[in-house]
Design a protein around this ligand. Structure first.
Ligand code: PLP
Length: 356
């Protein structure tokens, strides 16, 4: 019986080496072993993306949203506001975090899958000097749209704004231009190919002074509090220890493959799948040129419910992903993140063609 292939956008199929890292002796996170492991992970994150010089990293136990909440809640100065660009569930999530913390925010609300218009962003920045942070989701996993990180980053820079980016589903899968970013959020269990349970914030060291002046608004998700503790070799709270050991090995593998190598592998996989989808006659949600390397949104075939499609594929060992919100009755999503072989992608296309 072949293994289940996960074509959902995380958690992903991992290598045996990463899985074996979960088999741990009993250990305490206050001991040197864990402190060394944490320091190693924090450094490897920066090494993998070649940002050691300007960036620092913070680990937090929890899914990607934990690191996102940490970054958003801890980075806005008192009395300032955030410009949130929303064109999917995850942009809306940043907006929700702002609301939970009662931040003032300006919102650029776009249709799901609609790319942002630079003139509208520039207008917002010109008209609202209270904006301190521009927040964007790089790969909007809702649709598979890759937002124009570089262009938005350039605008943020031009107006002296801090640029905060949710890179959770793009880091190591699509090219991320760190030169444009001030604060980036990522997670272990998507294109990094670790297990869920640990996520992270990467931010420019030059941000530290500003961040340090921001009042503590949350006990568990305070970014600078975690940073101070981790710089001193400690963890504030009990971490998800196995997920950290697995992330450490996943980062070794990423450094061996190189980020550029993995981005290429994912791009090739996406191309292979998309050629197959075209042959089957499936319709794409996002036009060519705007798609990420990691996920493809497709319209459901006429007369086929998502439940039926999902059920038949699952019976053949493939897990696909539903659309969210308004799209849930119209689309399905195929991610190509993780340690998936070419043979598995080939077999998937065959099964999909038969089911459709
Ligand atoms: C997966 C994802 C998240 C976080 O989801 P979790 O379930 O908390 O891991 C946030 N943003 C984007 C763009 C994502 O793809």
């Amino acid at each position: 019986m072949p293994r289940t292939v996960l074509l959902n956008p995380g958690p992903v199929n991992v290598t045996d080496r990463v899985r074996q890292a979960l088999m741990l002796p009993d250990l305490c996170h206050r001991e040197k072993e864990f402190s060394d492991l944490m320091a190693g992970i924090r450094t490897k994150l920066l090494q993998a993306f070649d940002i050691e010089e300007k960036y620092t990293s913070v680990l937090v136990s929890g899914s990607g949203t934990a690191a996102l909440e940490m970054a958003v809640s801890s980075s806005l100065s008192s009395g300032r506001s955030m410009l949130v660009i929303e064109n999917g569930v995850y942009g809306e999530r940043i907006g929700k975090i702002c609301d939970v913390y009662q931040f003032n925010r300006h919102t650029l609300t776009l249709g799901w899958g609609e790319p942002p218009n630079m003139e509208r962003i520039e207008n917002e920045l010109q008209q609202n000097p209270d904006i301190e942070i521009v927040a964007l989701v790089h790969h909007e996993t809702t649709t598979g749209l890759l937002n124009p990180l570089k262009e938005v980053g350039e605008l943020a820079r031009k107006y002296g704004k801090v640029f905060l980016v949710d890179c959770i589903s793009s880091l190591a899968g699509d090219e991320v231009d760190f030169k444009s970013i001030d604060i980036a959020v990522g997670t272990a269990n998507k294109c990094i190919q670790g297990f869920p349970g640990v996520s992270f914030v990467l931010f420019q060291k030059k941000e530290l002074q500003r961040l340090d002046r921001i009042p503590e608004r949350t006990l568990y998700f305070n970014l600078t509090g975690y940073h101070k503790a981790q710089e001193a070799g400690g963890m504030l709270f009990t971490p998800s220890i196995p997920a950290h050991y697995a992330l450490n090995v996943a980062l070794d593998e990423l450094i061996e493959e190189t980020v550029a190598g993995r981005v290429k592998r994912y791009a090739n996989a996406a191309k292979f799948l998309r050629d197959g989808f075209k042959d089957i006659g499936l319709e794409f949600l996002i036009p060519e040129g705007w798609r990420s390397n990691c996920l493809t949104g497709l319209h459901l075939p006429k007369g086929m419910s998502y439940e039926k499609l999902h059920g038949e594929l699952k019976a053949n060992g493939f897990v696909i992903y539903a659309g969210q919100g308004n799209l849930s009755n119209n689309i399905f999503r195929i991610a190509n993140m993780g340690d998936i072989t070419q043979e598995e992608f080939q077999r998937f296309l065959k099964v999909l063609a038969t089911v459709c």
